[in-house]
Design a protein around this ligand. Structure first.
Ligand code: CA
Length: 495
């Protein structure tokens, strides 16, 4: 209809005039930055007997069930709300790591928090991962709460055991965990016996006795399924102790497959050192090597009102990359490259808690309620009885290192996983059939509600939230502005 076209021209002209005098916020127009996600990493001599011939492209999302229950929503790359396991699969993630704590509850059944990572949480995560053909690394911590180089507190029920009794319990418990996860449908590809066990494990500090305890867990894994890889995990390759840990494990004739490390680039030295230290262990003892945890900040902002582990200006943190999405992507690609550079014993990388977010834009008091109720933060008050570093409920100190933004949308840095080769299984493409041009509220159709929402968003009305910015980019120039709004109105009128 002619009058409709005239109306559209009038609206377009008016909006163009508005755009010349109204300075739209810069961050909303600058989505066309060049990202390091184009960089590819080729594991040229990859051992094709490992992980069906693909490098491990892994993430640890141990806290995901609690986060979802607390109300955090996740979206796919088209801005459509979607199961995060499906989204990760579409980005090429082929392994999920999940921590297991023996009994993360007080005597009244109140959770210590940190994702309520008991066996049943791990089993549920394993089941959901298997739906998308994603394998599981079971990270057994043999503690009731966080285990790291500073803390290796024995589970409550094991605290009075002598060495031999403890060995027996480790065997029985490991067997039970593997059986339960498998029977729930999880596809266990690897088991980590201990977490960041730098000469400290399950209360024991003698490395030879530690190896004897490791052996008990390892035997349980071998007896359960000989095709499962067994990993031992240490933290910080720049400590100078890795060769010694590997030597003692060799002296003790420990039966294991993978020597794994945490590598947080701002604390743990250079990628060149990471490669050199792991290559020495791999070559000398014929072990696979990998990074079991890594992360890097994309922002210094905080999304959940709980202070972050690192941000610009943090003491004792060496930021060798920009704190930006691009810097994060470059860093992650370089960590994969460092493992590829080890040679045919380098098997891959896990990113730590890339989705550990709080509900966006709520107060500290509201966040605190969620951490207490759902265990979605790092700790609840109930954990203080077991972990003396807990002085109240807290949230995520890693939300600024996530691979999803504070509102649950994948960052471009998550795309690094798509560029790790070889790839035998081509990652499924996101379901773009459901994407409708102009459908910015992602309800599956394009109508006046989308135009109203987009206009509000352009005018920075506080509660206006676009669910699919790409659907709004009708000019296809990777930026959203008044020209897209004009096109959207024309599209609606001419239908
Ligand atoms: Ca935070």
């Amino acid at each position: 209809m002619k009058w409709q076209k005239i109306t559209a021209v009038i609206i377009s002209t008016a909006l163009l005039l508005v755009s010349t005098v109204y300075n739209f916020p810069c961050q909303r127009c600058s989505q066309n930055i060049a990202y390091a996600t184009e960089k590819t990493v080729d594991f040229g001599s990859f051992d094709m007997s490992v992980n069906d011939g693909e490098p491990v492209r892994g993430v640890d999302i141990s806290s995901i069930l609690a986060i979802e229950k607390a109300g955090v929503e996740f979206y796919n790359e088209n801005g459509i709300k979607q199961d995060i396991f499906k989204t990760l699969s579409e980005y090429g993630v082929n392994y999920i790591r999940v921590r297991v704590w023996n009994d993360p509850y007080d005597k009244n059944g109140n959770s210590y928090g940190g994702g309520n990572c008991d066996l049943y949480t791990a089993a549920e995560i394993g089941k959901r991962a298997a739906k998308y053909d994603i394998k599981l690394l079971v990270d057994m911590q043999y503690s009731d709460f966080w285990a790291d180089p500073e803390k290796q507190t024995r589970p409550k029920y094991w605290q009075k055991h002598d060495h031999e009794t403890l060995k027996g319990e480790i065997y029985k418990y490991t067997s039970w965990v593997l059986q339960t996860i498998s029977e729930s449908g999880g596809n266990i590809g690897m088991v980590q016996v201990g977490n960041e066990t730098n000469c400290f494990f399950c209360g024991e500090k003698d490395m030879y006795k530690i190896c004897d305890l490791f052996a008990s867990g390892n035997k349980a894994v071998r007896d359960f399924d000989r095709s499962i890889l067994i990993a031992h995990h240490f933290a910080n390759p720049s400590t100078g102790y890795y060769a010694w840990y590997a030597q003692v494990m060799n002296e003790c004739r420990l039966d294991y497959d993978v020597f794994a490390t945490s590598y947080y680039p701002y604390w743990h030295g250079t990628t060149e050192n990471l490669t050199a230290v792991l290559k020495e262990v791999a070559d000398k003892y014929d072990k696979y090597v990998m990074v079991a945890e890594t992360a890097y900040p994309y922002t210094s902002e905080d999304g959940d009102t709980f202070g972050n582990a690192v941000s610009a200006g943090s003491d004792n943190a060496a930021f060798r990359y920009d704190i930006s999405v691009d810097g994060q992507a470059q860093c992650l690609a370089d960590v994969f490259q460092a493992i590829a550079n080890v040679g045919n014993k380098g098997i891959g990388v896990f990113y730590w808690e890339p989705a550990w977010l709080g509900v966006n834009n709520i107060s500290w008091e509201q966040q605190c309620e969620l951490w207490k109720k759902y265990g979605s933060g790092w700790a609840t008050d109930y954990a203080a009885e077991y972990d003396n570093s807990v002085n109240g409920a807290g949230g995520s100190a890693y939300d600024n290192q996530a691979l999803f933004d504070f509102s649950g949308r994948p960052l471009q840095s998550l795309g690094v996983f798509r560029n790790i080769y070889p790839q035998k299984k081509i990652p499924p493409k996101p379901d773009i059939d459901s994407k409708v041009q102009g459908d910015v509220n992602a309800d599956g159709e394009f109508n006046i509600a989308d135009v109203v929402l987009f206009q509000k968003w352009l005018l920075t009305v506080p509660d206006a939230k676009l669910y699919d910015w790409k659907a709004a980019d009708l000019c296809e120039d990777d930026r959203l502005d008044v020209f897209d709004l004009c096109m959207m109105k024309r599209l609606l009128i001419n239908r």
